[in-house]
Ligand binder design. Structure first.
Ligand code: GRF
Length: 209
């Protein structure tokens, strides 16, 4: 996927940006990727401060500044293309992306989701899992298609739940797994080891795994 130099990566984030920080402290610092931009729909997102501290370009695309989602996403896509972005990472980005955006970065967008998909897609996945009483939940990194959390799965890791475990402790463990799994997934892509199976586009091949 990468041309000359490390893979050029951008992150879209709406909130805290702890996953962004894991990408900054891991692959970006190691030079296995170059984080070239962070965009948000929220002007006050902590993720933007984290990017600023790391010297990464930022931009804000508030939904209300555009006629509709398609117009807003066209502006984001133009910004990303101007930065020469090769991979887009959704890390707590709380907006649905338009079909046009997803098609223009086909198989070049990944998302981190705090559950073992296809269980507990959508919002508050950790709350859904705890409320359902599952014994095992986890984290998924997947490619983004036009559905909600439905794209081909790249990596998953399980987290066991016990009945007595407080929600906060579950959240902490899920986040710790995310902060390992997402950088690992991005580095696998950067190393050119990831491809979608041409025979079955649901399946993601990882060379050497
Ligand atoms: C993470 O739990 C991620 O799985 C979900 O949104 C959360 C973002 O957290 N999509 P942060 O902003 O990276 O701290």
């Amino acid at each position: 996927m990468s041309g000359e130099g490390p893979l050029r990566v951008a992150v879209l984030a709406s909130g805290n940006g702890s996953n962004l920080q894991a990408l900054i402290d891991g692959p970006h610092e190691r030079g296995t990727i170059e984080l070239v931009g962070v965009a948000s729909d929220k002007p006050g997102a902590t993720a933007l401060e984290r990017a600023g501290r790391a010297g990464v370009a930022t931009s804000v695309f508030p939904r209300d500044d555009y006629a509709d989602r398609t117009a807003r996403d066209l502006a984001i896509a133009a910004w990303l293309e101007g930065l020469g972005v090769e991979l887009v990472v959704l890390a707590g980005y709380m907006q649905l992306l338009s079909g046009e955006f997803i098609r223009s970065f086909s198989n070049r967008i990944v998302n981190v989701h705090p559950a073992l998909l296809p269980s507990f897609a959508g919002l508050d996945a950790v709350g859904q899992a705890v409320a359902h009483g599952v014994r095992v939940t986890g984290v998924t990194v997947h490619f983004v298609d036009e559905g909600v959390d439905t794209g081909p799965i790249l990596l998953q890791e399980a987290v066991e739940l016990t009945y007595t475990r407080p929600m906060e402790a579950v959240m902490d463990e899920i986040h710790a797994v995310e902060h390992r799994l997402l950088p690992h997934a991005v580095e696998l892509i950067a190393a050119g080891r990831v491809s979608i199976d041409p025979e079955n586009p649901r399946l993601v091949r990882i060379e050497g795994a």
